[in-house]
Design a protein around this ligand. Structure first.
Ligand code: GLY
Length: 428
């Protein structure tokens, strides 16, 4: 596997190196074939409920006290908190810019804290931080409008009784749908100008999350074609974006006219053919959500296959390395954000599957992830202003390595809220 940052090889050594590389590739292939076989077959033994020691109230209290510390420091409404560097304790803020995909997560966190606590002060803060970027509803220059608008306006509508956000969300859905290319059957994720490696229609696995905005809009008076676009995108991605062992590529380039797949690459993973952990996490979350919205069993089956693969690759603490293909090196950094995304997804999945054993397996795996994330090793309590430490945004690009990330916190508090509701409903 060739990492994204490759070095140069001197010409005079080419022959010598060539034969060495041949032998190396030969043995690596042998090793990988064996590894792939084992990985595909494996269903991880997940812990039973007695083995997980999770104190939900104390994890929620930790989040609230972290917000009590950080919110008074975050006063610039033109910016949002994005990350906390490894040796720092306070959020680094970035502008609420149309090109920055993370704007919606901070207001989303506040909506969740309001939903959990019903404390009006979090609602007022959430409104303040949501309503500053209404203009983003017209973003058509990339796919991230779903990531930006749904955690803010969508959660405000659902959790904060802000029914007046409906038209903003419907306009946002129309903006996102305008990027759908029927020749390909997917929404175009990125512009080629910003990502010049690719010349035609680019779709990334992360795009699965944006479909939630389209499903929501179709259910709330929006154009029915939003639903059809979301389903078509999910079907095309299911067909093209995954290897035979149910692991995901990050970036696919399609021919804009014929819809043929031109290339399968990465931007944030270790190498074009490696298994970027958060990419797999977006797949798990995305297909669980698509099944929840459509009731089509093929999506449930696929969500389970992606999940079982993800679980089979996890280390003992259930928090993955940033890329599964470098995980054997203990110096490689973790990605707590991937764990938070999957924990939240699995709580939904555990309620969607019919088989009792599967329900318990996914529920207990989610609990184990949350137990780990809330433990001293990953928690920001007493160390920095975030809920979670040890995420990796884009190591292959040389930034956001072993940091706190706002979206890790968002999916973590979403998972805690989901767990609280499951417990209150007495389902488990
Ligand atoms: N959607 C961008 C990321 O996962 O980093």
């Amino acid at each position: 596997m060739i990492p994204l940052n490759t070095g140069k090889i001197g010409l005079k050594n080419t022959f010598f190196l060539g034969s060495k590389i041949f032998l190396l590739v030969f043995f690596l292939c042998l090793f990988n074939c064996k590894k792939e076989k084992n990985e595909t077959a494996e269903i991880k033994q997940t812990p039973n409920s007695e083995e997980v020691k999770l104190d939900l109230k104390s994890l929620i209290d930790d989040c609230e006290s972290q917000l009590e510390i950080s919110v008074p420091k975050l006063t610039d409404l033109t910016k949002h908190p994005r990350l906390i560097e490894t040796d720092s304790t306070e959020w680094e803020e970035v502008p609420n810019n149309r090109l920055v995909w993370t704007s919606g997560f901070y207001p989303g966190i506040l909506w969740y804290m309001y939903d959990i606590s019903k404390d009006e002060k979090w609602k007022q803060e959430a409104i303040k931080r949501t309503e500053v970027f209404e203009d983003f509803k017209t973003i058509t220059e990339h796919h991230d409008i779903g990531f930006m608008m749904f955690p803010a306006y969508g959660k405000g509508y659902e959790l904060g009784e802000k029914k007046e956000y409906k038209n903003i969300l419907l306009t946002s859905a129309a903006s996102l749908a305008s990027r759908f290319n029927p020749n390909v059957g997917t929404i175009r994720s990125w512009s080629n100008k910003m990502h010049p490696r690719w010349k035609q229609h680019i779709t990334i696995i992360d795009n699965m999350l944006n479909l939630e905005l389209l499903f929501w809009a179709a259910k709330h008076g929006g154009d029915k074609k939003f639903y059809d676009i979301a389903v078509k995108h999910a079907e095309t991605t299911m067909k093209n974006h995954f290897r035979d062992d149910y692991t995901s590529w990050h970036v696919l380039e399609y021919d804009s006219i014929t819809g043929a797949v031109l290339n399968r690459n990465t931007k944030q993973g270790y190498a074009d053919d490696s298994r970027w952990s958060r990419g797999q996490a977006w797949g798990v979350y995305g297909y669980t959500m698509v099944y929840k919205e459509t009731g089509d069993k093929k999506f449930l089956d696929f969500a389970q296959k992606l999940t079982d693969k993800y679980l089979s690759l996890l280390p003992d603490d259930y928090v993955p390395c940033w890329d599964f293909d470098v995980a054997s090196d203990p110096n490689e950094e973790k990605d707590a954000s991937a764990a938070a995304v999957v924990a939240s997804a699995l709580l939904d999945l555990s309620e969607l599957v019919e088989d009792k054993k599967d329900q318990e397996r996914y529920y207990n795996a989610a609990l184990k992830m949350l137990e780990s994330l809330g433990s001293y090793k990953y928690s920001g309590v007493g160390k920095a202003d975030a809920f979670l430490l040890h995420s990796t945004g884009a190591k292959s690009l040389g930034h956001e390595i072993d940091v706190a990330l706002i979206y890790a916190d968002y999916y973590y508090i979403e998972a805690l809220d989901r767990l609280k509701k499951i417990k209150e409903n007495g389902k488990i």
